[in-house]
Structures are given as C-alpha cells and as structure tokens.
Write a protein that binds this ligand. Sequence first.
Ligand code: GPK
Length: 837
Amino acid sequence: EKAKWPKETVELWERLSKKEANDVETVQKSIVHHVTTTLARAAYNMDNFSAYQAVALSTRDRLISRWNETQGQLSKADPKRVYYLSLEFLLGRSMDNALLNMGLKGTYGKGVEQLGFNMEDVIESEVDAALGNGGLGRLAACYMDSLATLDYPAWGYGLRYNYGIFQQRIVDGYQTEYPDYWLNFDNPWELPRLDISIQISFGGHVQSIQDEYGVTRHNWIPAQSVQAIAYDVPIPGYDTENCNNIRLWRSKPTKTFDLTSFNEGNYEKSVEDATNAEKITSVLYPNDNTMAGKELRLKQQYFWTAASLHDIVRRFKKSRREWSDFPDQVAIQLNDTHPTLAIVELQRLLVDEEMLSWDDAWEIVTKTFAFTNHTVLPEAMEKWSVPMFEYLLPRHLQIIFDINLFFLQKVEKKFPNDRGLLNRMSIIEEAQPQQIRMAHLAVVGSHKVNGVAALHSNLIKTTIFKDFVDYYGEDKFVNKTNGITPRRWLHQANPKLSKLISDTLGSDKWLKDLSLLKKLTTKIDNAEFRKSWMAIKRHNKVRLAELIKIRCNVEVSPDALFDVQVKRIHEYKRQFMNILAVIHRYRTIKSMTASQKASVQPRVVIFGGKAAPGYYIAKLVIKLINSVAAVVNQDPAVGDLLKVVFIPDYNVSVAEVIVPASDISQHISTAGTEASGTSNMKFVLNGGLIIGTMDGANIEILEEIGEENIFIFGCLAHEVEDLRHAQRYRGVPMDPALQGVISAIEKGVFEDPKIFQPLISTLTVGKDFYLISADFASYIAANQAVDTAYKNQEEWSKKSIRCTANMGKFSSDRSVKEYADDIWGIKSYPIVDEGHM
Ligand code: GPK
C-alpha cells in the first residue's frame, strides 16, 4: 500500500518515525509521558513501583524500535534461522538487563535519580519472570542473550504461563508453596500479538481414504480446538542493534467452539470448555529432573509445538521456496524431550497436509531437528502412556508407530536377529499399558544429539543411547558444554567487579570475548589489585548479609567464610550430605576447648532452593536444614563460628545477590548424575572458589582453572556402579563420622527425630543410592582444606583472581557459536541502525 502513497505522505511518515534521541532529558520526558498518560498518575504522587512501571515502559519503547528494525531487516534478507523450542525460559528481571545491553543504563540512571528516585530501588521493584524451574530454563535464557549478542537470527518459542514457578515460604521450617501470579500488574516486557492466532486441535479420530492415485491418505478429524495467541518478548543483544524474539503462546477458547455450545443453550458446557481451553497455559509444572506424566502437560506440549511449527512453516512459505529447502532455512533445537512432538507434527503437516511422500518428508524432518539431552536420571525420562496419547492425538500416534516401524526395520537390517536390541531401541516400550519413549523418538527424528558437558556427553553414549551410537555411528552424538552469559552474571550482578575488570583491562571488550579475562593473571602479584578485588567481594558479602537479615532474621558476619549451596533440592545434588557435614562441624566445635575454638575458621553456611511440591524427601531436607539452623544459630557455645541459613524463595534475582558474595560454593552431586551444572560457572566467574565432585562441568572448570584452585573430593563416575554393588551385597558399613551425625539426629538434638526418620532411612546400608556414606570422609576433608586455605587471605585472593581469569570457556557465547557452526549451520546477520522508531 505504501507504494500507492503520494511522496508527501511517505516523507511525513519517514520524518515522524525517526528514533527518539537517547540524552537524559529525552529519556526523562519519555518517563514522565508514561507516568501521566499510560499510567494516568499525577507526576509527583508516585512510589517506587510506579516509577519502575514508567521507566520500564520507556525502556520498552526503545526495545520495540530495535525489535522492529531487526525483524524488518531479517524478513527482507531471509537468512537461515534457528528456533529454540523450550518449555522454560527463566528470564528473571528484564529492566536492568535491557538497559545495560542497550548501553542506556547510565543515561536512565542519571535521569531517574534527577527525578527523585533511587535507581536500585526502582530496579528492585520488578518481579521476576519465573517461567522455569532451574538450570534448564536458565540455560535457555542465557542462550537467548548470547544469540542476540552474536547477531544470530534466532527465535525462542515457549509458553506464556499465567503462573510461573511457585513462591516458596518457610513455615515452621517446612516449605509451603504459593501461586506466582506474576501478571498481576501488566507485563511491560511482552508485546501481545492478538492478531496472531492459530487454531490447535485435540482428540477425535482418523479417517483413512484412498486418493485418486490409490494412495491412502489419513485425515485427522479432531474433536475440539483452542486458539494459540502470540506474546512476543524482545531480547536485546549486548552492544548491538540486534533484538531477537521469544514468542510465548497463550491458550484461549476458539470463538466458534464457544458459540456452538452457547447457541445450543448449553451455557454451562460453553463456560467449561472455555475454562478448559484457558487451563492449557495456566501453570508451569514445578518438576525438575522428574517427569509427572499428567495429561495436561501433554496437552501443553502439543499446543506449544503445533503453534510454533505452524508459525515457522508459515514464515517459510512466504519465501515460496521448495520444501526440500526447508532445512536450509530452518534449524529447530529441542531443549530436552519436552518439544519432541514437533518432530511428529512436522511429519504430519508434510505428509497429510502438504502431500509429500513419507520418505521425502522424513528426510526434511530429520535434517531440521536437533536434540539436547540434559539428564541421565531414569525418573526424568519422558514417557507417555499410549492410550492417553491416542485419546488426545490419534493421528500423531499412528505416525509415531510408523516412524518406529520403519526405524526398527532398518535396525533389523543392520543387526539381524537381535530381538533384545529391537526391544531396547523401540520408541514403544512394551509395558502395561505401552509407553512412548520420547528420548528415543527425539534421537530418531534428529540429525544431532548433544549432551551438556564432556562427561555427560560421553555418559549418554555409553548408557541411555548406547545402542543408538552403535546404529548411527559416533558422529551423530556430540558435546556442547553449557555456558552462562557474562552480561547478566558478572556485568549486571557484580557491577563493581565488572568495573574493576574493565579498568584493569583498559576496555569492556571482555564482555563479548570472555577469553580476554586471562589478562587478569598479570595482576595477581599486584597487592594493590588484590586488595581492590577482595574489597569488592567483601562489599558483596555485606549486601548478602543484609538480605539474610531481612529474609531469615539472622545476623551473619561478612568476615566469616560464606559457603553457599543454592540450586533445586534433589537427592542427587546431595544438600542432605551438606547439612549432615554441617552437623558434624557443629558437634566438632561443641567438643572443643576454648583455645581450640580460637583457631576455628568462622563459616556461614547458606542454603537456598525449591523442592518439587510432591517430592517428600526433598522437602524433609529443607525441614532438617531449618531445624539445624534453629539449634546452631542459638547456641552460645558456637557463636559466630558457625551460622546456618536457608534463604527462602531462591530465584534469579536472589541469585544475582548471592553469586557475587560467595567465597566457596558447593557442587557436590554423586559423580555421573549432574549433567553439567551452570551455577558452578557463575560462582567461579565471580571469583568464588568451588568444592565439588568430578561431575558435570566441574571437571572442565578444573581443567581451565587448575587443580590448585578447586576443592575436589569423592568417588568418580566409573566407580559408582561398583560402590553401589559393594554396599548392597557386601554390606560396607556406614562411615563412622556419618554414624555419629545420624545418632545425634536420632537422639533428638534437632527437634523430634521421628520427623527425620524417612530421610535417615535413605542412608540405610545397601540403600544409600547417592553414596553419601562412601563420599563422606573425603567431603569432610575437603571442607577442612577449604578452612585452611581461607585462613591465608593473600593466597586465597590469588586463587580467586585465577578463577575469574580462566573462565573464558564458559561464556554462553562460546556454547552458542559451537551450536551455530556444528549443528544449526547459521551465520550471524548484523542489523544496521537505520534510525527508525
Ligand atoms: C536437567 F533434566 C533436567 C531437568 O529436568 N531440569 C534441569 O534443570 C539441568 N536440568 C541439569 O540438571 C543441569 O545439570 C544442567 O546444567 C542444566 O539442566 C542445563 O543443561
């Protein structure tokens, strides 16, 4: 239409859509404009929260111009894009990050202060977007930051839950869950695209008919449908014009479906259907590393993958290319098995709707998808019961059976007469009822499968996917070690350290090339530099001590060693072992003379993390931590030598305070169980040392920073099987120190011991699956080594600097580049600033 406009009209638009300037006064005007118009408030009558809203709206305007410019230029150029399908995006707060990435923090800070507000208070008024559980969801968020920063054409696809991960409160030492209704106030970080609505169907039956060529065609006649509405979340890169997108889908009742029941006079049914439709995107499932198997979760997965694929295919069709070009235009990354149905849905679209042959379609599908595995824990493997699946997605079930049939035929051809092998590799598990193994489907439908750290990627090749490696060959299975974004996890969370590093290195280039941190090594022998380094750590500890005072009502000394374990509560992560060692420490201190006590290194042991609401043992661990804290913190015989706190409602914004303040943090999973871990990287990047097992990315961190700068203990992954076997069948006795700790709990030193009996039972000889007893002695020794090392503050500060200096590898920029080069085949496409609004 624009072409038909007279020249004057086009010029008028051009002139009026020039980008706003970014000086302090223009920014202030835009803030005040939003206060008085969008918020309809009087200019002076405001609190921090409304100030936040106005600053957020003003920031959002600038984000949207970048988003428009980026998406406009990409539409024209139409390069290959990657689509990152993730049921979780754990973004946390957006404002500070957006301002820093766009280079506007200074201007906004000045503008806001002049308007009479404290920028930090304004920033802290924002509630977290908590659309994720833990590591997997936060990884997706870090990858989106890196993709945008590196100018890769990338979109995320996810769900817009009304309720994110629950809020955790501690009542009488127990975790209690509260709904996280994060959309209570408008969310300025999303752009509702109410015009983008896709119909998604469920249920019904399949009609099979012969077409005019005698080919059998399958028609899915669904029973019900809902609408998917798009909400776009702009993701600005750091120091670039590029602004990528996360499209989140929200479910709504379809208008027609509503009307039918309504017109038939069945008002109740129409209300019920509407509610059922809305329910699909109402809540995030709060399980981490475990599978719940609920029908609504399966509905979420199909709703999301179908809407996303429809959107991707529609965008592809605009280019009017051949279907065979699809994999040259589109790469789709499956974040865990949650989006595996996308494989089946694309095959269905190509065969049933686009009328491609099965084989042509399957070639396109398998060239398009790649799959990331995040765990080897059996309880986390996704399986769906065939009857439930058939009821919801009858045509998709047929397609899965066909995929499986053709796949097993090829396996049989390559390895004839091996029934056991076919049984093990089948996508369908022969159980009562039959189960669909989503991991097998994801492997079969993808051209690359990756683990998330070197050890983990090797483990999946020898355990859960061993047969698949034998069949497909090694090349399909690759490693992509996780990474974290240094923008949020150092620059934003630790501004003082970021500034010291930039001042020392003479520029802030390291924020886009983390390997430059290596140059900090030259400063290690500079006492002045070490002093500044440690002063920043202390400043961060004071800040954390304030948070602990507010949230836990416990006073802790910032001069003590801060020892942190914050992550989801899980048996394999062994928070239980940590608190047992704390009890051991407590008993040791209690048994000391005054002069012995004088040489004890004071320690504050800090826990945080959520337990899945149905995970009874994990919840008991929280209770035990709080019971121990209650006793230890009150004991005058201990004083400041030991404090224990459980910080409630651990989330991204709390992590941003905790991570920069840690002296030592704990990454102590049983070897072979933690796929990677990413908080280990965050702590070390901030100059915190770590104590850990030879597990996940700990191993690669050790390789980078050197064994003198990390406290390693415990058995190795290849020893685990034998150790389990030995304790089960040869009755290896419990570690004596651990025995003493258990006796103390059983004697009632910490509340009624009956409460903790189920927890203690997990340590029964022969049942100690996570090998707490086997690792206990070396764990205690490693903790002693930490105390000793910390007493030498000069040496400690050198270790701390070496840690940060050698963390270049763990930038998510490195991870994302590897994915782009080795898996997606995409190139960066820098966006030109054309000055448009
Ligand atoms: C793995 F399987 C899962 C899961 O359901 N949730 C989750 O957060 C984590 N993960 C792993 O446990 C971590 O080791 C890993 O660093 C993270 O995913 C990202 O890969």
